[in-house]
Every structure is written in C-alpha cells, then in structure tokens.
Ligand binder design. Structure first.
Ligand SMILES: *Cc1c(COP(=O)(O)O)cnc(C)c1O
Length: 410
C-alpha cells in the first residue's frame, strides 16, 4: 500500500473560499432575485490588452510555418522575453539583474510553492499574518510545520502580525529566521513598504544569513514613485533575496499564465555539511528537470507588455482598477469605516465597525447590501476584525456596490 504525504492532512480543508461559496449559495437560494455583486476574489475582470492579443495572433501564425515553428523552448524562457524583463523591469530602475537570473514560468503561485524544492528541512520560516495562503499551505505540504494550533496558526512557523497598530508593516523577527516571506504591495492588506523599511529587512537578512522570498506581484499598482517596485532596488538584496513577479495582475494574464522569478547568482544557502552553496544553479536544475517552459505564444504576448502600445494599454488597465479602488475607499470612508490600502494596491482592507468579527461583517454585507467580500480572518488570525474588498471589477459593479454600501451600512 503506497504511503501518502500525511502533511496534506494537516491542512485546513480549503476553508475560506468554499465557506464563502456556501454562504453565498444559501443566500441566493433564499433570495433568487437579489443581484449579488462579488468583490471577493483576486482575479482580474478586464480583457487582455490589444497589443498583447496582436502579438499572440502573430505568434500563432509563426507556429503555422516550418521556418518559424517553435517546439520545446528553453526551460528558463526565451531570450527575447528575459532580455526585455531585465532591461525594463530592472535595468531602467537601476537594478543590477541580468537576463540569465530571470526564470520565466507559468505563475508566481507555483514558483512561490516550488521554491521549497530547493530549500532544505529545519529552516525557521517567518510569515506575515494575515498572508497570501499559498506561502503557508505549501510549507505545510512540504512538512516544514507541525499541526494546526487552536489559535489558527501552524506549529513551527514564526508569525509576524500586521495590523493597523503597526501600520501593516511587519516587525522584524525576534531572533534568527532562515526564510522570510514578504509581499509588497500586499495581498490582502494593500500595504506598501518604503525603501528605508525594505532596507531594514535586507540588512536583517544579510546579518542573519536569511533569504527573503519577495512577492512583487502587485508592483505595477504602485502610484507613489518613491516606493520600491523591486527588492533589488535596495543595496544588499542580491545576497539575500529571491523575487517573484507575475503578468497576472498588471497585464491581465491570470488565465493566460506567465510570470517570472529572479534568482541572483550571489545568493547562497548552506549544505548539510555546513558549506555555502549557490541557489541559482539549484533553481536552474529544478526548472530544467520539472518544467518545460511557457508556451512560445504566451511569451510573445508577455513580450508585448513591454512594447510602447503594450505599456500604455497596461497603464490604462491599472488606472482603471485603481479608480475602482478609489471609489471603494472613498465610499467606505464617507460612512466612517476605516480603510487601508487601495492607493498603491488593488485591495481595500477595511476595519469592521466596533467589535464585529470578519465573518459577521461578511454576513451583514451579504444580507443587507448583497455584496460579497473576503473576511480578513481567512488570511490569518491577525486578520480578524478586518475585511478585504477587491478593485478587480467593472466600473458599473463598483459604483453600484458603493451606492449600496452608503445606503445600507451608512
Ligand atoms: C495573484 C497573486 C500572485 C500571482 O499568481 P500567478 O500564479 O502568477 O497568477 C502572486 N502572489 C500574490 C500574493 C497574488 O495575489
């Protein structure tokens, strides 16, 4: 009888989104005429920009001719895309990142999970609370945690609470940790970090031989030009950070799938024998063995993000979502609800009124305003008393939602 990976049994059985689905279904069964608007899930709603579609059409035609047909591509991604990423996302912002430190992939979700393949056991791992659940669950699956504890966290992880009290800036860990997950602009809180703030993390990591796993999936939503878009804008990051980037949220690739991970060549970890070993060749080997690259057509689409037309269309897309975020923030503010984020991130993170729990707020929003959001407690224990609204929606839905919030919760 084959043994299963028992670590999977430690996982809370996909609690958050199924529970939301269950409550929404119960409500719509009871009120079939209610026009429920969903401001819950972090998926884009607007179509793929034209420059990207055009590039993909051309790439499909390439695939139809012997002289331009593409079979298996390089596992690390085509040079035409890696070069553009290196130039536009890093070179132009003064970051020293070369094309061969960029690994194109089919998603940041998988990369943030897969990176655990090249990291060993017994690492002390710090995670913010609340957090993007993928970081936690992939560590549970890999056997890096103990059981789920009563307060909601997993035994063995170092949780860094982020709340209004610390301005949603995680405190540096007490003592030494080996791995640190950071995500800025943040999902779910919409918080950002300054260069000075990020420098403290880079200095901590270099002083403690830690690696920062930096998720910058929302960097394109930064409107404040003084904020870092990449951890590699910070001196010293090349010896302590891996960065995850994605085309999902900036260019609408959630269904098209393309992302990349940056692994600097100076970055090292320790072998069982206590020797330093470079991380870059391990990730290269991991990808070459377990991954066969992103399709040529999709990489041509991603390349078009960097064209002049692509850049302006992507900027337009982002401004569209950020205007949604502004409407949500101001609507909530006008009825006295404290809210955070939504300025440099497509998520508005609100404080539930009084002592209302996240789930009670979910129920009243659904019952009174027929709106669906995401309870903050679903992202971690410290998210209790908070609630996430997403700006990924049509303008019409957002305006209607804001009207209902003012009318029903005001
Ligand atoms: C959406 C999102 C991503 C992107 O994931 P993909 O797999 O590239 O679509 C990464 N990190 C966070 C925190 C996200 O919310």
């Amino acid at each position: 009888m084959p043994r299963i990976n028992d670590n999977f049994l430690k996982l809370k059985a996909g609690y958050l989104f199924p529970e939301i689905g269950r409550r929404v279904k119960a409500f719509t069964d009871a009120h079939p005429d209610a026009a429920v608007i969903k401001l819950g899930i972090g998926d884009v709603t607007e179509p793929l920009p034209e420059a990207i579609r055009n590039a993909m059409h051309t790439a499909i035609d390439d695939m139809g001719r012997h002289d331009s047909f593409h079979g298996y591509g390089p596992e690390q991604g085509y040079a035409f895309l890696r070069d553009k990423i290196a130039e536009h996302d890093f070179g132009r912002r003064g970051c020293d990142i070369s094309a061969d430190e960029i690994f194109v992939s089919d998603g940041s979700k998988c990369d943030t999970g897969n990176v655990l393949d090249i990291l060993g056991p017994d690492n002390r791992i710090a995670i913010t609370d609340p957090v993007y659940p993928v970081y936690v669950d992939t560590n549970v699956m890999a056997g890096n945690t103990g059981e789920m504890q009563e307060q909601g966290g997993y035994e063995g992880l170092v949780y860094l609470p982020v709340t209004a009290e610390n301005d949603f800036n995680p405190p540096l860990p007490e003592g030494k940790v080996d791995l640190i997950y950071l995500c800025f602009p943040n999902n779910p809180t919409g918080a950002t970090i300054t260069k000075e703030g990020l420098k403290q993390w880079v200095d901590y990591a270099n002083a403690n031989d830690s690696i920062i796993l930096y998720d910058a999936a929302y960097q394109a939503f930064i409107t404040d030009e003084s904020l870092p878009r990449s951890i590699f804008e910070i001196d010293g990051a090349r010896t302590c950070a891996i960065e995850f980037r994605s085309f999902s949220k900036n260019a609408g690739f959630t269904g098209t799938r393309c992302a990349f991970t940056v692994v600097p060549k100076e970055l090292t970890g320790t072998t069982a024998a206590g020797e330093q070993h470079a991380i870059h060749p391990l990730w290269n080997r991991r990808q070459s063995t377990k991954f066969n690259g992103v399709s040529y057509i999709v990489q041509r689409g991603a390349e078009a993000v960097y064209s002049e037309a692509g850049q302006s269309q992507v900027r337009e897309l982002i401004s569209f979502y950020m205007e949604n975020a502004r409407l949500l923030r101001e609507g909530l503010g006008s009825i006295g609800i404290d809210c955070y984020g939504g300025v440099n991130a497509p998520y508005v993170w609100l404080k539930t009124p009084g002592k209302t729990t996240s789930w009670d707020f979910f129920d009243s929003l659904l019952n009174e305003a027929h709106l669906v959001g995401t309870p903050g407690s679903g992202f971690g224990a410290a998210g209790e008393g908070y609630f996430r609204l997403s700006a990924f929606n049509s303008r019409e839905n957002v305006e209607e939602a804001v009207g209902r919030i003012r009318k029903n919760l005001g």
